[in-house]
Design a protein around this ligand. Structure first.
Ligand code: PLP
Length: 367
């Protein structure tokens, strides 16, 4: 059998379940993809920035060449944006790639990583893929319990993953709470601070954690172009940390891990502040509108600081399927141990209206 000699810890992994693609549902329902809305993977509903599309067109000429393996232009732009040095930034094929690199550099059988209950699914996946032990700390009010995560660190612990805001719950930790936590974590334990939804936060709530790396040599800040910058399809993310830490990650990084179009698009996206501003405003307005609709309909939800909201719908499996039949794709979170909830990305106003109407119809169907 071809799998006979596979790593036993790999065999135990439950594969990541992505959101259902529009094309797949269109085939199943036999309807036009145009009649389907996808609010399942926290993608930016605005479509790509026109400036990014223009940069991509120019970038097409270089497709036959390998990309710049060091990502010089993008790293340079990130250095300027965040006030860090070039050896303090690493690029990833999505921030997921950076999470994998840090797992590759620090985890192996016999070691452990700490993360919260209901935290982003990639943390346990990346941990298991290295044969390491996951230490899952019970959540408090769906969010990270930092004091308990601190107490959970044992002699095998090499990594702690903190998602802020967290996906799929949208819960948020103040900068003060995260800093106090960092002060207590032993210096040889790496803290991965995953800020995938950073740009959705109002200025006052942004951690500015990139400036903390000099104080905390064990801090790796991870951010992405997949969400607010609208580039999920191109796979670009990055990590910021002290040079010694970044150097380690570079040793396990694939030589050309970010494609040339991804580099070009992310560089253009970073410069297009108007697009990110528009994204943030749309999200804030629609989040509030969706929350009040849910309140009115009597659906409890977890207050969210991301670009999604996780709603308690009762039998989530049944409601998910009833929504699908109406051409609305959301995200079940039963795999997270949340069988009564669905995660819904904030869409355009008309998409959110359609979701609310479909949810109302689906819940009537349940009664
Ligand atoms: C979406 C997400 C990511 C990463 O996505 P990439 O597309 O790989 O950059 C990372 N962390 C969290 C918490 C996320 O929700």
């Amino acid at each position: 059998m071809s799998s006979a000699h596979a790593n036993p810890f790999v065999r135990e992994i439950a594969p990541y379940m992505p959101g259902k693609p529009i094309s797949e549902l269109a085939r199943e329902l036999g309807i036009d993809p145009i009649d389907i809305i996808k609010l399942a993977s926290n993608e930016n509903p605005l479509g790509p920035s026109p400036k990014v599309v223009e940069a991509l067109r120019a970038g097409l000429a270089d497709l036959t060449l390998y990309p710049d393996g060091s990502g010089f232009d993008l790293r340079n732009a990130l250095m300027k944006r965040w006030g860090v040095k070039s050896d303090e930034v690493i690029l990833g094929n999505g921030s997921n790639d950076v999470l994998e690199m840090v797992a590759a550099a620090f985890l192996r059988p016999g070691t452990a990583a700490v993360f919260s209950q209901y935290a982003f699914a990639v943390y346990p996946l990346a941990t298991k893929a290295r044969g390491a032990r996951g230490i899952e700390v019970p959540a408090v009010a769906w969010g990270h319990d930092l004091p308990s995560m601190l107490a959970a660190i044992d002699e095998d612990t090499r990594l702690i993953f903190v998602a802020n805001p967290n996906n799929p719950t949208g819960t948020f930790l103040s900068s003060t709470a995260v800093r106090e936590f960092l002060k207590e974590v032993p210096r040889e334990v790496i803290v991965v601070l995953d800020e995938a939804y950073y740009e959705y936060l109002p200025e006052a709530d942004r951690s500015g954690a990139e400036a903390w790396i000099h104080e905390f040599p064990n801090l790796l800040v991870v951010r992405t172009f997949s969400k607010a910058y609208g580039l999920a399809g191109l796979r670009v993310g990055y990590g910021i940390g002290q040079a010694e830490l970044i150097d380690l990650l570079n040793r396990v990084r694939q030589p050309f891990n970010v494609g040339s179009l991804g580099l070009v698009a992310a560089t253009a996206a970073l410069a297009d502040e108007e697009y990110v501003q528009r994204t943030q405003t749309l999200n804030a307005v629609e989040m509030e509108r969706l929350a009040s609709s849910l309140d009115r309909l009597g659906f409890p939800f977890i207050p969210s600081r991301g670009n999604f909201i996780t709603v308690e719908v009762g039998d989530a499996h049944a409601v998910f399927n009833a929504l699908l039949r109406q051409g609305v794709i959301v995200r079940p979170v039963a795999g997270y141990g949340m069988p009564r909830h669905l995660r819904v990305s904030i869409g355009l106003p008309e998409e959110n209206d359609r979701f609310i109407a479909a949810l109302r119809a689906a819940s009537k169907e349940q009664q």
